[in-house]
Design a protein around this ligand. Structure first.
Ligand code: MF3
Ligand code: CO
Ligand code: CO
Length: 275
């Protein structure tokens, strides 16, 4: 049984009911998500060969600090960094370190800023210098998956419509969808009900209603979908070491479709790819 609750009267923890947010919440989310998007914009010219992911992490911390925001990942379930930086065959939750990025790498940078209690969660792929055509194609397919997932969002549809739109396109492009991680409700909580699967069928999952806010963040592989988590407890990699890509937006369901809160004000939603 799925239940929905007016977010303003719900307890501030994940109780398994789906929150329906009001206009004030949409406003708060717009502000948090736009700060996250501006930070991801600023990273576009900073990602290049020789830069370390710890330097990227530090930049994100300082950007947040200078704009009155805290990164949500710090101390989240024991995580100690401000971002996740996932390179090449790393699917997600890569931990920033002191290794320099190398020409030809592709890196996902995932940022979640908290502004006035609202969480703005987004990630993009960044090419490091000149990259191979296969990597570029995977990034194009993955962003298109995200756009098709977003296009499926409207009141009355089910969450499964998002998954079906993503899976059918990814597999038609001979890529695979990671099953082990999903999108999620977001707002005053970082990870809330419902889960947004990036695979499945349109008649599955809870019905979408106006006021719901969640992320869509497909992870798409060039090879097989299977992942494993390394001994650091975080870093998820493809088992076959094939290349993996991910883009993430935070969206809010409106009367007729959805609003994408994390759109880049600079048109840099797909850094390094033709607009
Ligand atoms: N930002 C990630 C997401 O999209 C979550 C990262 S949690 C961390 O949901 F602890 F790994 F940082
Ligand atoms: Co997320
Ligand atoms: Co994220």
């Amino acid at each position: 049984m799925v239940t929905y609750i007016d977010a303003a009267s719900a307890p501030n923890r994940n109780t398994g009911v789906i929150r329906l947010h009001d206009a004030e919440a949409f406003d708060g989310m717009r502000r948090a998500c736009q700060l996250t998007a501006r930070c991801l914009d600023a990273l576009a010219e900073r990602v290049s060969p020789g830069v370390t992911t710890n330097e990227i992490d530090r930049f994100v911390y300082e950007f947040g600090r200078d704009h009155g925001a805290l990164p949500a990942t710090l101390n989240y379930r024991g995580y100690t960094k401000f971002t996740c930086t996932s390179i090449n065959h790393v699917v997600c939750h890569g931990i920033p370190d002191d290794k320099p990025l190398r020409e030809g790498d592709v890196v996902n940078i995932d940022v979640t800023f908290i502004v006035d209690g609202w969480h703005g969660d987004a990630s993009r792929m960044y090419p490091v210098g000149q990259i191979k055509r296969a990597a570029e194609r995977l990034m194009e397919v993955t962003y298109e998956c995200l756009l098709r997932g977003i296009a499926a969002v409207k009141p009355g549809a089910r969450t499964g419509a998002i998954g079906q739109a993503i899976q059918s396109y990814a597999e038609a492009e001979r890529c695979s969808v990671v099953r082990d991680f999903c999108g999620h409700g977001v707002g005053r909580l970082f990870h809330d009900t419902p889960n947004i699967l990036h695979y499945g069928r349109a008649n599955e999952g809870p019905e979408l209603r106006e006021g719901m806010i969640f992320t869509i963040e497909p992870m798409i592989n060039l090879g097989r979908p299977h992942v494993k988590v390394l001994s650091d407890g975080w870093t998820a990699v493809t088992r076959d070491r094939s290349l993996s890509a991910q883009y993430e937006h935070t969206v809010g369901v409106t009367a007729t479709g959805c609003e994408v809160f994390t759109l880049s004000p600079a048109g840099l939603d797909r850094p390094g790819l033709p607009a």
